[in-house]
Design a protein around this ligand. Sequence first.
Ligand code: PRT
Ligand code: ZN
Length: 286
Amino acid sequence: MDQKLSIAIQKSGRLYEDSVKLLKDCGIDVKNGINKLKTEADNFPLEIYFLRDDDIPQYVEDGVADIGIVGENVLLEKDKQVLPVEPLGFGKCRLSVAVGRKEEYASPAALQGKRIATSYPVLVKKFLAEKAVSAEIHEISGSVEIAPGIGLADAIVDLVSSGSTLFMNGLKEVDVVLRSQAVLIRNTRLTADKLTLLDRLLFRIRSVKKAKNNKYVLLNAPNDKLQQIISLLPGMKSPTVLPLAEPGWSSVHSVISEDQFWDIIEQLKAAGAQGILVVPIEKMII
Ligand code: PRT
Ligand code: ZN
């Protein structure tokens, strides 16, 4: 097989570093994209294009790139013929409605007849239609948050992560139009060879994601508490139990998901576990 898969990632900006890191964590050797349009990996049949995020759905629809990494916000706004393949867990943000700090907003009906500034006219139109509200949409491409302050709009719909941009501009977040994260997308007409390469890449991406969401835990347990401690631990199959040199004690190894982590650790301590070590996992293949 001599076909290569091509992936489009953001050239610079909020998704660039995480996209490159994901590929590197997948064992793919990516050279720096700054000032470059394209690079190739040495150890996986992958070409990497560095593009503006807004252009990625179009390039993937056209097959210039076979796959791409883009925010769901951009994917849904551009509405191109591409297939979402896998959410990637980074670039998380909300596309939200914001109004002046002192404005009332009980529901989307408060937007009736108002002027809304946004860079996401398609998603805003859809949101308003779903809520049966009619409002004027003003499309602006950047610095949307200053629009109410200069009298250009009564409300905005923009991306929010920490909320500090809204706060600094005297605005408050009042409704969420969309929750977004980076997602892997693909062209709809990939050859069988390219689909095979995509499967290999996806297998690695899922292993990296799983590893990130789990921790390896090692602890010492008195043998008379062993059953209780083991019952708290999910593990991949079941926990590993090894005798310690000191009689009456065992070492227990297991894998705990990030979501349950603190709850389980507290319960383990209460059940008599000692010397608890928590180690990050690099790859997880099950
Ligand atoms: O040059 P190019 O077109 O490629 O980049 P861009 O400037 O259009 O996009 P960029 O790099 O800002 O964002 C790329 C993607 O990152 C977005 O499409 C989202 O999917 C995701 N993302 C995650 C964000 C944010 N969080 C985010 N907070 N994109 C933008 N913001 C901006 C937001 O627009 C606002 O100006 O950050 C500000 C708000 O941040 P807080 O933390 O103050 O709330
Ligand atoms: Zn952009």
